[in-house]
Design a protein around this ligand. Structure first.
Ligand code: GTP
Ligand code: MG
Ligand code: ZN
Length: 302
């Protein structure tokens, strides 16, 4: 029997069959050993084959080929990766200008990771009800940067219900991943998108103005208006592993389209002469914040 994984605690999984039965299952013993750099061989969004023992216990016998997947570096084992989710149509980063503040570096790392895994990325600014004029202006400036390079971006308020219809239109009939720092309102937003859902949400710490990691496991939910959404635990940093220096710019669309104009084929766009990327930054065609994120990522990889 085939099913899709909707929740994983690492040792227990919930699978949803095509006729909407929820089945609790475990991994078949030997599957854990299959050599991979990932700490989790089965992730939310994976399509699996289930088998049943004589006692009726369900085991995951096979993971079907993934269309795509998105990873983050594992928290403890630096060389290992953790698959956040698989078979995603849209990767949404929830950003907030304040409480907590999401840096452009974080947004860009997220989008870059999505590019690397060939998943369309999108930026959603939440909590717009909290913003003053200056903050609203800086949010709008960021939105135009992302729109100009082809990323859809939206400004919403999960608690006030602002602009949610526009978001639903984009998410309809897709499997959307929702990621971002703890406390940006991911779970609140999912609840607001579909009134049938009742995910646990948390407070922002009054001292640190950050979230408290209320969501601890990624989980996929079916949406009444069509499609699925994957809510994930807040993450501090997104990072790509195993990229070559020269490869990084391929995952910044506004750099990718200029690479063939650089004088050197292996240009890293830092201080090389005849660099088309640097020229575009100087002319204001590539935003300084995006270019800074690029340099930050290039440096961190070393
Ligand atoms: N003012 C305002 N507060 C919001 C909005 N969305 C969420 N919040 C608040 O932000 C806090 C954190 O919301 P959560 O939904 O738990 O955040 P999360 O991103 O799921 O956090 P983790 O599960 O820890 O990753 C809660 O107190 C929410 O009420 C919004 O649009 N406006
Ligand atoms: Mg949450
Ligand atoms: Zn260059």
């Amino acid at each position: 029997m085939e099913a899709v994984i909707t929740k994983s605690t690492g040792s227990w999984f919930t699978a949803l069959t095509d006729d909407r039965q929820k089945i609790e299952c475990r991994l078949r013993g030997n599957m854990r050993l299959q050599g991979s750099k990932s700490t989790n061989p089965v992730a939310v969004g994976d399509r699996v084959k289930l088998e049943f023992s004589d006692t009726g216990d369900a085991v995951i016998a096979e993971v079907l080929d993934r269309k795509n997947y998105i990873v983050r570096k594992s928290i403890n084992l630096s060389k290992q990766t953790h698959v956040l989710a698989a078979n995603i149509d849209l990767a949404i980063v929830i950003a907030t200008i304040a409480e907590p503040r999401t840096s452009t570096g974080f947004i860009d790392r997220f989008l870059c990771t999505a590019e690397a895994y060939k998943i369309p990325g999108m930026v959603v600014f939440n909590k717009i009800d909290m913003l003053n004029k200056t903050q609203t202006a800086s949010m709008k400036e960021l939105m135009s940067i992302y729109e100009n390079i082809g990323y859809k971006s939206l400004a919403v308020s999960a608690t006030e219900g602002t602009n949610l219809d526009a978001l639903k239109t984009v998410m309809k009939d897709k499997v959307s991943l929702i990621s971002g720092h703890s406390g940006t309102g991911k779970s609140t937003l999912v609840n607001a998108l579909d009134n049938n859902l009742n995910l646990r949400t948390g407070e922002i710490s009054s001292v640190h103005l950050k979230g408290k990691h209320t969501t601890t496991f990624a989980e996929m939910f079916e949406l009444e208006f069509g499609g699925f959404v994957i809510d994930t635990p807040g993450i501090k940093e997104f990072g790509l592993t195993g990229l070559e220096d020269e490869e990084l710019a391929h995952y910044f669309p506004e750099m990718l389209e200029r690479l063939s104009d650089c004088k050197y084929y292996n240009c890293k766009h830092v201080s090389e002469p005849g660099c088309a990327v640097k020229a575009a930054v100087e002319k204001g065609e590539i935003s300084i914040s995006r270019y800074s994120s690029y340099l930050g990522m290039l440096e961190n990889k070393a």
